[in-house]
Design a protein around this ligand. Sequence first.
Ligand code: CAA
Length: 420
Amino acid sequence: MTLARRAFIAGGAHTAYIGKGNPDFIWKGHKDFGSRENPDIEQTLQAAVDGAIADTGVNPADIDRLYIGNFVGELFVNQGHLGAALVGTNPAFENKPAARLEAACASGGLAMLAGLDAIAAGADLVLVAGVEIQTTASARAGGDFLARASHYRRQRGLDDFTFPALFARRIKAYTEAYGLSGEDLGRFAVKAYANANKNPLAHMRAAKVSLEQASATSDKNPNFLANAELSPYLRITDCSQVSDGASVLILASEAGMKKLGRSLSDSAEIVGTGHAVSSLYVDGDPTELSTVRAATSGAMASAGITVQDLNIAEVHDCFTIAELLTYEALGLAKKGDGAAVLRDGLTTLDGALPVNTGGGLVGFGHPVGATGVKQPLEIFRQMKGLAGDYQVKQPLRWGLTSNMGGDDKTVVSLTIRNVE
Ligand code: CAA
């Protein structure tokens, strides 16, 4: 959709995304075990909200509305009603309109759309947050919680790790249809970890993955599914992380940017949106992401651009195959040729269209409700030269996000223009 009123990203903040494999994450073997605990949902959300207020200089009293994306706080941390939790982060938010949005891993994307609707309806400053805490459960127990994003009655039995199994099914189907080598998918993991290694906030900032390691099954990189038919197709390095984290950004109308005392050239403008949802009860062709295609093509069409205009993208690599299939959904390659896009270097940090520059869901991490807010904030940070060691060198005019809930079920895509 085109937007009825111009909307700008004024700034924002991420917490570090942490979990198993991150040096700051407290677990049994950590030197701080027993003396310090990992931040809980309240501390995590507070830190990101405070960070966004500091980054934009917004007066909290001037915020007109607040939205928050979160998938299953009720299961991981026994906490729902997160609109009220968001209001609790600052006394100036008391009695302001706030709401929590849920669409599995696209919950953050929905919060962004709600924020844009609020701007269209007359709000000038909107705070959009995303948060998830997931490390309260083991990956196996969390696999059951996350399976609520599938059609639980029909799909939960696939494997304890339902979502890894659903995407292993896609790898299997794609391999049988087009062929896919270990290196083809391994390159996606290597890119994700290499970018994350440059990003101090990334879950996998300190974990190194070589192409040799990511391309083959080994003790360090096992096939871990119990489903014997699907297990050979998925290794641990193909998976996004079970992360804790929050991201918060401030959306502003033109009047809102004035209230912040900022010029439009300090911002990035969200120009088009795509929002596509397909039935939870029907599985599409496993070799393509048709809902991603519908949402991203809608977002580009509403901005009057094509994939050739894009200079940067943040896409939903919940598994390596998802990034490959998103390339094809975007039209960067024809069906069966998605691996060549990365093999040819187009989407690396120094390529013509860098994708997931801070590490994506595999490297930066995937606190599910935060991801759809993190993505546009990352595009903003790149456009404004704020990405530090993983800053893209070339000028950036157009960016795109693709945030996917479930197995290609709810997809939110935004097209973002650098205001120069
Ligand atoms: N050989 C055989 N099996 C092994 C093994 C080995 N050498 N090493 C580990 N395993 C198995 C074990 O069975 C282990 O399970 P237990 O802990 O119960 O023993 C399992 O693999 C996990 O191993 P680890 O505990 O060492 O790994 P981990 O805790 O680092 O988790 C992961 C790794 C399972 C891949 C986890 O990161 C994960 O589940 N990632 C995916 C998260 C996910 O699905 N997110 C949602 C994405 S989908 C989306 O975005 C859309 C939506 O709406 C949901």
